[in-house]
Design a binder for this molecule. Sequence first.
Ligand SMILES: [Zn+2]
Ligand SMILES: [Zn+2]
Length: 155
Amino acid sequence: MSFQFECPNGHLLEGTPDQAGQQCHCPTCGMLFLIPEPVVEAPSPPGIVFPGAPAAGGNPLAPQGPELLHIPCPNGHELETPPEMLDQDVLCPQCQAQFTLRRKNSVEFKRQQEELEMIRMAKLSKAWLQGAIVAVVLIVIGLGALIAIRIASRN
Ligand SMILES: [Zn+2]
Ligand SMILES: [Zn+2]
């Protein structure tokens, strides 16, 4: 039974286990070296699969992209604007009009303002509605009192 080993320069040689530990000249490069012990490759154990092993990956949170504002140029071309470009003078790439990127001109800002306005209006109308209900209740009470007074004055 022969085994393979390498000389110090990496030439593949073949010997028998009883030659292990003996000096040997590599026939290719002439290097003198000791023949190593044959490496007995133990059969690798079968791979053990842990059914409860935690899955790799975990909880990938989608990375939040930078907030982009859409600011129209004076001619209405919308430019995607990262926040760090705000308050800078730019040229519209479509009509070359120069203008300043203002947050208050952005579509997002206007939308936000509209939402705020709607909330304000909703609150106002709610307050108005409550006021109206109070008024109606007062009128009913007032009418009831009036009727009561009239009935009382008849007797
Ligand atoms: Zn060699
Ligand atoms: Zn433009």
